[in-house]
Write a new protein. Sequence first.
Length: 152
Amino acid sequence: MQNNKKLVVAAFLALVTVPLAIFALRPEIPNKPPERLLAMATHVVVGDVVRVYSVSEKDDGWNVRRYVAELRVSTTEKGEALPTDEPVFVRWFTRSWRSGPPPASSSGHHGWTPEAGDRVRVYLAQNAHDGFHHKDFDGGLNVLVPNGFEEL
């Protein structure tokens, strides 16, 4: 009888704790392989980062950091050719939950983040789903999340 009680308690704990652990430890959106990024992108460009601008803000329970990179594009590998003689601006964001257990979500871009002087390949979505934004398209170039920058 004692063994049956132990078995019931163990089964109950497993049924309760395993789903809670999975929820609490849920991973970020996994990085996408280059083939998947290429398929999702409306544009793929290669160029040099001139400057990176950022601003921090609070959005509900999130700390959000929004970025814009100024690029000098040398080559457009996919999509309508982007200018090579003027700056091209691309945007992305990261976010972190401020306190307590976070809701089910991802934290935006979590791949490598470029700096001024870096040569990059960038997978972009224009008026297309970028991994987060899928409404209110405004024509801007969003870096695909979570890893739309490739260091060259």
